[in-house]
Design a protein around this ligand. Structure first.
Ligand SMILES: *[C@@H]1O[C@H](CO)[C@@H](O)[C@H](O)[C@H]1NC(C)=O
Length: 356
C-alpha cells in the first residue's frame, strides 16, 4: 500500500511538472519586473524643458490610432485631440476597419484569412497595430489615452512598450522603428496563437492582446537582443500618473480594471468551471494511476514473481518439469498459462500483506 501511495505521488509530481513546464513562461511573467530594460526617469528630459534632446530620434514621427470608422466617440474626442494638438509636426493615421483591411490585403496577404477570421473585432484592432508598427514604425496610442507631453524623448529608443501592474506589458501605447525584430516576430507568431480558449476574454487576451504580447516579450528577452533590437519598458510612473508622465487618464478603465470587473461579473461561472476542471483532472489522474498500477503489477508478476513460483513449487508436477526443459522461445509462448497462476499467487500475496 505504501508503494502504491508513492507511485501516486510520483505520477502526480510528473504531471504537475509537465503542466508547470508548459505554462512556465506565464509563471515567469509573474515575477518579471522588467527592471533590466526599464526607461529610467533620469534618461528623460523634464517636460517643457529647454534642454536640448541630444539623442538621435530614430522612431519616425508618426502616430497611429485605431477605431472602427472615422467618427470618434464623444468620450474620446478630447484624448484624441490632445495627442494631435501636441504633435503638429507628426504625421497622424487613424486606422479604421476598412483602411486596416485594405492595408493587410495589400501588404500582408498571407495574414488576411486570419485577420478576417477573428471572431472578435478587438482582435483585429489588436493585430493591426503590430502590423503598422512593424511596417511603418511610429507610435501607437489607444484612442482613450490622452497625451500629457510630447513623445520626442521616446523616439530615441528602437522600440518601447509599457509596463502593466501587476505583471506583463500592455499594447495600448507602444513605439518602434520600422522592421524592428520584436514586432516582426510578433506579427509572425499571430497565426500560431490564433485559437479559441472558450472564454472570450481569455481568447482575446491570449491570441492578440496584452497577454499574447507579454508572452512573446518574455520569450524574446532571453535571446539577448543587441542594442538596436532591444525593447525598452515605459514604467507605470512615466506612463500616466505624474506631471512628467507621457499619457493621461485611462488607468481606471485599463486592462487590469476591466479584467477585475469581468471576474466580478462572472465569478459563479468561473468557480463552476474551476471545480469542474479540478474534478476532471482528478478523475484523469485516478484513471492514469490505475493504469500505472496495473502495468506495474503485470510487470512484477511476469518478471519477478514467476521465477519464485517455480522455486517455491519445485518440479512437483510433470508438466512444469517438462516446460523447464522447453527452449526459451516456447516457454515465452506458454507464459499466458503462467499468468493464471500468477493471478492466484497475487491474491495470496495481497492477503499476506494485509496481515502486516
Ligand atoms: C461610425 O459608427 C457609428 C456607430 O456605429 C455610426 O453612428 C456613425 O455614423 C459611423 N460613422 C461613419 C462615418 O460611418
Amino acid at each position: 500500500m505504501r508503494r502504491g501511495l508513492l507511485t501516486f505521488v510520483l505520477v502526480n509530481l510528473l504531471i504537475l511538472s509537465f503542466i508547470i513546464r508548459s505554462v512556465s513562461t506565464l509563471l515567469s511573467l509573474l515575477v518579471e519586473d522588467a527592471a533590466a530594460d526599464a526607461i529610467q526617469l533620469l534618461e528623460l528630459p523634464p517636460p517643457n524643458s529647454n534642454l536640448i534632446e541630444t539623442r538621435p530620434q530614430i522612431i519616425p514621427k508618426l502616430i497611429h490610432q485605431t477605431y472602427k470608422n472615422e467618427t470618434t466617440p464623444e468620450a474620446w474626442v478630447e484624448a484624441q485631440k490632445s495627442c494631435i494638438d501636441l504633435h503638429p509636426d507628426y504625421e497622424y493615421i487613424l486606422w479604421t476597419n476598412e483602411k486596416s483591411r485594405d492595408f493587410i490585403s495589400a501588404e500582408y496577404p498571407w495574414f488576411l484569412d486570419t485577420f478576417d477570421g477573428y471572431k472578435y473585432p478587438i482582435q483585429r484592432a489588436d493585430s493591426i497595430r503590430y502590423f503598422v508598427l512593424a511596417h511603418y514604425g511610429g507610435t501607437y496610442i489607444d484612442l482613450d489615452d490622452g497625451c500629457n507631453r510630447r513623445l520626442d524623448p521616446l523616439l530615441a529608443y528602437p522600440a518601447w512598450v509599457r509596463r502593466t501592474a501587476p505583471t506583463g506589458i500592455s499594447n495600448d501605447a507602444m513605439g518602434s522603428v520600422p522592421k524592428h525584430p520584436f514586432f516582426l516576430r510578433t506579427i509572425e507568431l499571430l497565426q500560431q496563437y490564433d485559437r479559441s480558449w472558450l472564454l472570450p476574454y481569455v481568447t482575446v487576451m491570449y491570441t492578440t492582446g496584452p497577454l499574447f504580447l507579454s508572452v512573446i516579450w518574455k520569450e524574446y528577452m532571453p535571446t539577448k537582443p543587441s542594442e538596436s533590437a532591444r525593447v525598452r519598458i515605459l514604467m507605470q510612473d512615466e506612463y500616466n500618473r505624474f506631471s512628467w508622465s507621457f499619457f493621461t487618464g485611462n488607468s481606471w478603465h485599463g486592462e487590469d480594471a476591466r479584467f477585475i470587473f469581468w471576474l466580478g461579473q462572472h465569478w459563479v461561472f468561473l468557480t463552476t468551471i474551476g471545480f469542474a476542471l479540478a474534478g476532471f483532472v482528478g478523475i484523469c489522474l485516478w484513471w492514469i494511476y490505475g493504469r500505472v498500477v496495473l502495468l506495474g503489477t503485470h510487470y512484477r508478476y511476469r518478471y519477478i514473481k514467476l521465477p519464485s513460483i517455480s522455486l517455491s513449487c519445485p518440479s512437483s508436477s510433470p508438466t512444469r518439469r517438462a516446460r523447464r526443459m522447453m527452449p526459451t522461445l516456447l516457454r515465452r509462448v506458454s507464459l499466458e498459462e503462467d499468468e493464471e497462476l500468477a493471478g492466484v499467487t497475487k491474491t495470496s500475496y495481497e492477503l499476506g500483506r494485509h496481515d502486516d
